[in-house]
Ligand binder design. Structure first.
Ligand code: AVI
Length: 313
């Protein structure tokens, strides 16, 4: 519970978001401890193809990625999540000099660093506890003979807005410096008959992940959401090339959150996440504006997912 003087960004985002004509809460609030566990479960679902497809691309093509990056590189992983992915890259690289995981959770980072140290005794590991959207990492990065390579797998870039992608890529360009490259995994546009089940699975794990936001508001913001009065919804928005997650009110109702009241009509939704599927040419344009060129990409047989290589201009 926050005192009246401490800023609570969760409360601020929720109160502002529920006051908009289309109620919306930024997707980063989906990831409390329970939410992060549920997301891990999602990555193993039969319908959720992105994680296993990206892992397969990395497994098959890490040698080519390592050749493109070159020897004695400093690898900077943004939002360092699954170490599984960076290990595939590290194993293929020639004498990687340093690994810099950047993550907001200090405890997550510590555990990650400990695990890696045991397996890569010659690698300098320098965790940075920071929001991956923050800038000014440059001075904290270790020096090395090779170049700096950003690594941002998982298609998390698809959860950001245009302006956020621009800020993120521009910051990374400034931090990684001239001569850097950047490896980014991005889910690709495809028919809704594949996309919708990936975000509305038969076992209901994605529904639980989405509804956990209501539980979190009940717990942390003294809200009184009735979980049975909202339904999970995954919608394909063709014009914006994105899957949207919503929580749909199943009846007219009033909910109290952090001392304020919010009315819901029957069928009204809270928009909780965008998962954009950004095609190669579109992403190339975004990268260009932030000082990067798309130099090549690797994909799977069906073109479901793409791992892109950007080079600093
Ligand atoms: C983390 N992110 C890339 C996931 C995605 O596919 O957009 C989050 C997610 N939401 C529902 N399922 C998975």
């Amino acid at each position: 519970m926050m005192d009246g003087l401490t800023r609570d960004p969760f409360r601020e985002d929720v109160i502002k978001g529920l006051g908009q004509p289309q109620k919306a809460i930024p997707s980063r609030w989906l990831y409390d401890e329970k939410g992060s566990k549920l997301f891990d479960e999602i990555t193993e679902l039969p319908e959720y193809y992105p994680t296993r497809t990206e892992l397969k691309i990395l497994g098959d093509r890490a040698g080519e990625m390592a050749d493109a990056i070159g020897p004695e590189a400093v690898i900077v992983e943004y939002g360092a999540g699954s170490l599984l992915k960076v290990r595939i890259l590290l194993d293929a690289l020639e004498r990687p000099a340093a690994f810099v995981p950047v993550d907001i959770s200090a405890s997550h980072l510590e555990a990650a660093a400990d695990e890696l140290t045991a397996d890569y005794p010659d690698l300098t590991i320098k965790p940075i506890a920071s929001d991956f959207m923050a800038s000014n990492l440059g001075e904290s990065l270790p020096e090395a003979a090779g170049r700096r390579a950003g690594f941002f797998p998982g298609s998390t870039v698809g959860n950001l807005l245009d302006a956020e992608i621009h800020r993120f890529l521009s910051n990374a360009r400034a931090d990684l410096g001239d001569g850097a490259c950047f490896i980014i995994g991005i889910d690709q546009p495809k028919p809704p008959k594949i996309l919708v089940p990936a975000y509305d699975d038969a076992q209901g794990v994605t529904a639980a992940f989405n509804k956990n936001l209501l539980t979190r508001m009940n717990r942390e913001l003294d809200a009184n959401f009735d979980l049975d009065a909202f339904a999970h919804e995954a919608r394909w928005n063709q014009s914006d090339s994105r899957i949207e997650m919503h929580l749909r009110s199943l009846k007219p109702q009033t909910v109290r959150v952090a001392g304020e009241s919010f009315d819901f009509q029957d069928g009204e939704t809270i928009h909780t996440e965008n998962s954009r599927k950004i095609a190669l040419d579109r992403f190339a344009g975004m990268a260009e504006k932030a000082g990067w060129s798309l130099s090549r990409h690797w994909t799977d047989e069906k073109g479901l997912f793409a791992v892109m290589l950007l080079e600093a201009d």
